[in-house]
Ligand binder design. Sequence first.
Ligand code: PLP
Length: 371
Amino acid sequence: MVKEQSDKSALRDNFRDVGFWNPTQILPHEIGAVIHRMDLNECPHPPSPRVVEAIKLAANDLNRYPDGTCPELAERLSEQSKLPKEQICFGGGSTQLLTSIAEITVGPNENIVSPEIVWRRFQGVYRVVAADVTFVPNKDNGGIAVDQLIKSINNQTKLLVVLTPNNPTGLMLSEEEIYTVCHETPENVMLFIDEAYYEFALFAGGVDALSILKNRKGPWVLTRTFSKAYALAGLRLGYAFCSSEEVANALRLATSTFNVNGVAEKAVLAALDDTEYTKFILESNALEMSKIKTKCQELGLKYMDSVTNFISIDVGVPNGELVQKMRDRGIRISTPGYEQTGTFIRVSSGLPEETSNFLIALEEILGEMRN
Ligand SMILES: Cc1ncc(COP(=O)(O)O)c(C=O)c1O
């Protein structure tokens, strides 16, 4: 057998021919050039200076294994959420937790109910556990069709996935929808809510899903992250609130003991202390997002009314071509990645100059493409 074939046969079916896409890769023409990174929903501002100081100090302890339960941070989040610290666990970004939540609940060919338009990584998560997935079409405005999700649950369903706000739509669920999903998802199904953009949603007047989830009778997990509103995507720290210590311990087993580094815990504590800086990030984001929405209205472009730090815009021309033309100009944006969204682009909010350059380029490129 040639090597490649024997390697392939050593893998489980769902891990064969997966390919690899590296979204952070810098292309040769971008090396050393000024690039506007508006494609990964990162915060365009650096972290708080207090975070940088905390990291420098914590670096002295890197010879030691960290306490993966992040005791100080768990205490802090427990005070804020009024949930026992034993029910809070941590991952290398919330991405790691999403995968582990599927691993602890879904076996091969068991069912997951998921919105059809959902953050791309979920496709990977479903594949890792070799699940049978029921994809439920989103509503016409892109919102998650909560009632349809519930109706799609069958006897094999182990996990129901909801995101508020969702990516790539940037849309959040209403209080009523969160209530419905929390109370109508059967007690034998794990309800998972991704709240990676929680701080933005709250800033925009959204509801705190946790307060509703706490009264759910069945099992649940809700994840959040420090990657977005705390400007710490590179640090890789996300957390999960769980319905019980039983669920939290299962997640701890799946994610392993030392998966969160001690420097990250100290950095995040400093970020939580610097409430002024987080306020600055949320306010600047709201301002940049409103500039993008206003310009779309001027140009007659429809967009999804995102409450987050990114927005999906219907540019009315093939999206892949427009994304490439932007990239040639040093502006990285993305497509939402779904057939239904073939003329949509997704762009993250930038620094004022980046927003302005993006909007100038958008008008120029659309002028070229429409001719
Ligand atoms: C909906 C959603 N969930 C989770 C994440 C992952 O965030 P992280 O792994 O950085 O915590 C992202 C990142 O873009 C996201 O869009």
